[in-house]
Ligand binder design. Structure first.
Ligand SMILES: Nc1ncnc2c1ncn2[C@@H]1O[C@H](COP(=O)(O)OP(=O)(O)OP(=O)(O)O)[C@@H](O)[C@H]1O
Ligand SMILES: [Mg+2]
Length: 267
């Protein structure tokens, strides 16, 4: 891969390695993200997806490699410094403040990047209106449905108007009807703000439908990357998920084909 400062990519990870007490959670993972690009990051449990987002956002120290944002090395910066430079993330296990209202939770995302209280209120109001959550703005986060909580979590990252938006399993536990609203919110961040987005989810259909490019991690390494169509036709992806080589791209609603072979659930 070429040097980040020269190639114009928004975010560049070069040979990023993260080790925890002897366990290599990530081994020399390289990845680029462009402005207004949505990358899907998929792979089985323990593949290293969250670790990669943690490394990008400053929550996991890297033991080798580099991470550049806009051509500048950021891998030694604190999470707060990276946030101020335009990197926002959500957490796999949502971290909303249950006693605070939806509005207050979202406002915190703007205040965290230095907005005044008034600007945070203005941005939050506009965003909640855009995504149809204004009616619930005053409700305590703990009283929202799971789907609305997920959207508030994403909104709290989007309100920072980040250059890079990292979403760790935003669709987890969502019913099918909640997926469209979530996808619209992610699309909004990309189209209105030109954000580059990395989205992790085990709902492979959701991720492939949303992404321009997909990176598949397995055992801390990039198994393959390419268009959603490439990933659908890559037999190794099904093998990574289920330990069997199966075709990817059958109806697969429950992850099995007619012969009962497990496949990646992709339409
Ligand atoms: N703080 C930590 N300390 C030790 N090991 C860790 C730590 N965080 C992650 N790991 C290990 O690193 C590997 C990758 O974990 P990671 O959470 O990145 O996987 P993942 O792809 O996000 O999985 P999932 O789909 O279950 O969320 C796993 O073996 C995990 O047990
Ligand atoms: Mg994870």
């Amino acid at each position: 891969m070429s040097e980040g400062a020269d190639d114009g990519h928004l975010l560049v990870c070069q040979e990023v390695t993260v080790a925890y007490a002897g366990l290599r959670a990530l081994s020399a993972v390289s990845l680029t993200l462009d402005r207004a690009e949505i990358i899907g990051l998929i792979g089985p449990n323990g593949a290293g997806k969250t670790t990669l987002v943690n490394a990008m956002s400053g929550f996991a120290p890297i033991t080798h490699g580099s991470i550049q944002l806009g051509g500048a090395e950021i891998s030694k910066l604190s999470p707060e410094r990276r946030a101020h430079r335009g990197l926002a993330r959500t957490f796999q296990h949502g971290r909303l403040f249950g006693d605070l209202s939806a509005r207050e939770n979202v406002e915190l995302g703007a205040i965290a990047v230095g907005c005044s209280a008034r600007e945070a209120r203005r941005r939050t109001h506009a965003l909640l209106e855009e995504i149809g959550l204004l009616d619930l703005a005053a409700s305590p986060a703990s009283e929202l449905s799971h789907g609305d909580q997920q959207r508030v979590s994403v909104a709290r990252a989007v309100v920072a108007e980040p250059a890079v938006l990292l979403l760790d399993e935003p669709a987890a536990g969502l019913p099918a009807e909640g997926l469209g609203e979530l996808a619209s919110l992610v699309e909004h961040a990309r189209s209105a703000r030109g954000a580059g987005v990395v989205v992790i989810d085990h709902n492979v259909e959701f991720v492939l439908g949303l992404s321009d490019r997909v990176v598949v991690l397995d055992h801390g390494e990039v198994l393959t990357e390419g268009t959603p169509a490439h990933v659908r036709s890559h037999a190794g992806v099904a093998a990574a998920y289920f330990g069997t080589v199966g075709s990817v791209g059958t109806d697969g609603t429950d992850g099995t084909d007619e012969a009962g072979t497990r496949t990646v659930p992709v339409p």
